[in-house]
Structures are given as structure tokens and as C-alpha cells.
Design a protein around this ligand. Structure first.
Ligand SMILES: NC(=O)c1ccc[n+]([C@@H]2O[C@H](COP(=O)([O-])OP(=O)(O)OC[C@H]3O[C@@H](n4cnc5c(N)ncnc54)[C@H](OP(=O)(O)O)[C@@H]3O)[C@@H](O)[C@H]2O)c1
Length: 444
């Protein structure tokens, strides 16, 4: 049976997982592909260190350049993370005409266009199934399975750490800081959690999904990002009483043009690409996607509503996605079809992202107010002056003290008007502390 030789750069969580998975299921994969995958080299930083998955010392090296240059190695698998050396590895391999498999969303987010162009120029392919939503084959779904659809809506719970924290806050009534420390203890959150809890990891992934769904490479700087640090136990409880749960969502929407508003000059209807925590109705299917699970909900104009869920990270789930790419890369080598499915096809040259200020949605607003007559009227006046409608005001019982929480549910309003009104509200002497504004996602 023909052998396809792999050079891994990175033998940590994912690299170790790929090594282990090929050892475990190598025969099965070979029988399905008619090809045998063999790992020839694994480049790491420190070959002497103890590894959870043992890799034979004869295979280990510290010299990634030698791995890339080795003529016996057919496919390079970049699994070191970061954007500097990872970029060098990927470009060097593509320039050598070798297919590259990567799990690195930060690399794609920062340098995707350059890498795709390098791949195209050198007739090599770049595969990145493991970069978004781990074990869920979402890249293949968007690029291949749903190729016949225009994607109007895509909502992703794409960060398992945030999903774990928000689920546990709701289920156990614990505060953000405590749950974060528990997530770190259990290995669900990094010691430096910012990438996850401040939304940047979801930004990288949502940008990749938006680009594939809409055919132009979305600049990550155009994606509005909010983390979950400001979500308190109070918000979780009030949302629950109102029939909602709070989820961190990657949102990619292309609303139909309004009747009185024609499409933009070039015919492209701009898209919303955002990452934020949102109230979603308990009855929506995404509301039941809990703990570290990821889920992606996609609406296509032909297929309708679809949902994909599974483990979004971790050694085995991510290794499974890398194996899928390795199988594609190996088959492409076997049949000489290096660009059968190119990494990215920019078919929408005029695509652009709507500025956040123009986005219209509903809001949950929690204010801490002095409990005295006339307070609501002053808040309502400021909202009314900004043409913002209130759908309900709730003053939960059982709160006493100098100031008490009040919840306002706000009708559809543009972000620009809402943030300007909120600034004025927060300056009222009857409003104490920082107001909390959370979007309400209606999936329309
Ligand atoms: N972990 C997950 O669940 C997950 C999920 C999806 C995607 N990813 C992505 O997968 C990639 C790898 O993540 P990971 O969790 O496996 O990271 P990791 O556990 O920190 O492993 C990184 C590996 O890269 C090696 N390395 C670092 N710099 C190197 C260099 N200059 N030359 C050679 N080797 C080098 C390290 O060597 P040593 O072992 O000697 O330190 C280590 O083996 C990242 O892009 C990450 O975003 C991870």
C-alpha cells in the first residue's frame, strides 16, 4: 500500500493527539483511503521533556526547517500555535509545494489571505478544519456540503471556555470569577484566559466562518468583539426569569435588504459579523448547547435551518479534525488534485461588514437605580428622546438598599442610538455604577 509521510511541527496537546490517533486508527484509515499515513518526524521545542503522549525519541527533532525541507516528507502539519514561527513554517512548506494542515485560527485570522495566495501560487493546498469548532467538521460543511446555498444566518457557540463558564454560572449559581478559576483548575481555561473570555478566540473563528460563508476575507478588525467578564450572576438569574439564557455567540447575518432601502451600489448586501454575549430564548435549540460543547447554527436559502454540535476543543476532537484534513491531503496527493477544494475562494469581491453602529437589535438593560419616585420617568425620557422604545420594565422584588436593580427590555434600536442614550442614562444622578447592556438575539 502506498505510504504518505507526515512531518508534524508541534507535539503538544494536538500534536500528541494526532500521533496517538494515527497509532490507534491507522489501519482503519488506511483501509478507507487505500493509503498508509506515517509520521516520520515531530518537531518540538524541548525533546527531553515528559509528554502525556509518548513520542519515540528517534522521531523527535527541534529543527522544523529540516522537517519542511525533508524530501521524504509529503505533508506538513503545523501544530505549534502563535502567528510568527507558524507563519514561517506554513509559507516555507507551501513554497516547497507541500500541502499544509493547520489547527491555528490565530494564524489564519492574521495571515489568511497571504497564506491562501502563497498556496495558490505554489500549487499546494492549505487545510484548516481543526481551526474552528474542533471536532465539528464545519469548514467542510461550509466549503463543500452547503456549496449550493446562500448563507443568510450563522450563529456559533465557538468558544468552549465561555460556554462552560456561562452554563455553570446558570446551573450552579456561581459567580464569574469563581467559575473561571474552576475552569482553569479543570483545564478548560488557560492560566491567561483573555483570549477566551474577552472574545478574541471567537473573533478569529467567527471571522473564518464569515469569510467562507460570504466569499470575501473578513478583516478581523471589522468584527465587533465583546467578552463575558461583565456578565454577573444577577444577569443570569434575571435572564432566566424572563425566559432566556445567556450565550456567547459569533453572529454572521446578511439581512434581506429593507423594502425602502435598495442593495448597496455594487449589489452586495453588507453582513453583520460580531461576537458578543446574548440573551437567547430558552426554546431556541442553541440554548440547550451547554458546558464545553460548541454548536453552529446555519440557515441556507435552499437547505433551511441546520445545526452542528460537538466537542469544540481538546486533544481527541481536534485530532479528529486534523485526521480529516490529512485524509483529504493524502487523497489529493494520490490523485494529483492539489487544488480540488481550494482553501478559500474569494467570489464576492465587493463584500464588506456593516459597522456595529448601524446594527439594529433588541437589548436587555440592567441599571442600578435610586429607588425614588420619578426615576423611571427620567430614564424613559432619555430613551424616548432617542426614539428608543421600552418593551418592559421589571423591578425585581427582594432587593433593598440605597440602589436597586431594574431591568429594561428594549425594542429594536440601532447600536449608535442605544450607546448614546446609555451614556446619558449612566450620567443621571439616580443611576449608580455601570449599566449592563446585553443584546437579545432573535435569530431573524
Ligand atoms: N488544544 C486544543 O484543544 C486546540 C483546539 C483547536 C485548535 N488548537 C490549535 O492547535 C495548535 C496547537 O495547540 P496545542 O494545544 O497542541 O499547543 P501546545 O500543547 O502548547 O503544543 C505546542 C507544541 O509546539 C511545540 N513548539 C512550540 N514552538 C516550537 C518551535 N519553534 N519549533 C518546534 N516546536 C515548537 C511545543 O514543543 P514542546 O512540546 O517541546 O514544548 C509543543 O509540542 C494551536 O494553534 C491551537 O490554537 C488547539
Amino acid at each position: 500500500m502506498r505510504k504518505v509521510t507526515l512531518g508534524l511541527v508541534g507535539g503538544g496537546t494536538v500534536g500528541g493527539g494526532v500521533f496517538q490517533a494515527i497509532k490507534r486508527n491507522g489501519k482503519l484509515i488506511a483501509s478507507r483511503l487505500g493509503l498508509r499515513l506515517e509520521i516520520a518526524k515531530v518537531a518540538v521545542r524541548n525533546p527531553g521533556k515528559g509528554r502525556a503522549v509518548a513520542i519515540p525519541s528517534a522521531v523527535l527533532t527541534t529543527d522544523w526547517k529540516a522537517v519542511v525541507a525533508d524530501p521524504k516528507i509529503d505533508i506538513i502539519v503545523e501544530l505549534i500555535g502563535g502567528t510568527t514561527t507558524a507563519r514561517q513554517i506554513t509559507i516555507a512548506a507551501l513554497k516547497a509545494g507541500k500541502p499544509v494542515v493547520t489547527a491555528n485560527k490565530a494564524l489564519l485570522s492574521a495571515h489568511g489571505e497571504e497564506l491562501f495566495e502563497t498556496a495558490r501560487l505554489h500549487g499546494a493546498n492549505l487545510y484548516y478544519e481543526a481551526s474552528v469548532a474542533g471536532g465539528i467538521p464545519i469548514i467542510k460543511i461550509l466549503r463543500e456540503s452547503l456549496i449550493g446555498n446562500r448563507i443568510s444566518h450563522l450563529y456559533g457557540i465557538v468558544n468552549g471556555t465561555c460556554n462552560y463558564i456561562l452554563s455553570r454560572m446558570r446551573d450552579k449559581g456561581e459567580d464569574f470569577d469563581f467559575v473561571l478559576s474552576e475552569a482553569q483548575r479543570l483545564g478548560y481555561a488557560e492560566a491567561e484566559p483573555s483570549l477566551d473570555v474577552d472574545g478574541y478566540d471567537a473573533q478569529h473563528k467567527t471571522g473564518i466562518l464569515a469569510s467562507l460563508a460570504h466569499g470575501f476575507w473578513v478583516n478581523p478588525r471589522t468584527i465587533h468583539v465583546e467578552g463575558i467578564r461583565h456578565i454577573s450572576q444577577l444577569d443570569i438569574q434575571f435572564a432566566d426569569q424572563l425566559g432566556y439564557v445567556i450565550k456567547q455567540l459569533g453572529v454572521v447575518k446578511q439581512p434581506a435588504p429593507a423594502k425602502n432601502k435598495p442593495r448597496s451600489k455594487n449589489g452586495f448586501q453588507p453582513i453583520q459579523v460580531s461576537v458578543y454575549p446574548a440573551l437567547i430564548a430558552k426554546s431556541h435549540v442553541l440554548a440547550s448547547m451547554n458546558d464545553v460543547f460548541n454548536a453552529v447554527f446555519i440557515k441556507g436559502d435552499i437547505v433551511g435551518d441546520t445545526l452542528y454540535c460537538g466537542h469544540g476543543a481538546g486533544q481527541d476532537a481536534t485530532a479528529s479534525a486534523v485526521l480529516s484534513d490529512l485524509a483529504d491531503a493524502a487523497l489529493d496527493l494520490k490523485f494529483g488534485t492539489a487544488n480540488r477544494v481550494p482553501p478559500f475562494v474569494p467570489h464576492e469581491r465587493e463584500g464588506w461588514v456593516t459597522p456595529l453602529d448601524d446594527i439594529v437589535c433588541r437589548y436587555y438593560l440592567r441599571l442600578n437605580v435610586v429607588d425614588r419616585p420619578g426615576t423611571f420617568a427620567r430614564i424613559a425620557n432619555l430613551l424616548g428622546a432617542a426614539k428608543i422604545g421600552i418593551s418592559s420594565i421589571i423591578q425585581p422584588e427582594g432587593h433593598q438598599g440605597k440602589s436597586v436593580p431594574v431591568i429594561l427590555m428594549i425594542h429594536d434600536a440601532p447600536n449608535r442610538a442605544m450607546t448614546a442614550a446609555l451614556k446619558k442614562i449612566s450620567q443621571l444622578d439616580v443611576v449608580k455604577g455601570n449599566p449592563v447592556m446585553i443584546r437579545v438575539e432573535q435569530f431573524d
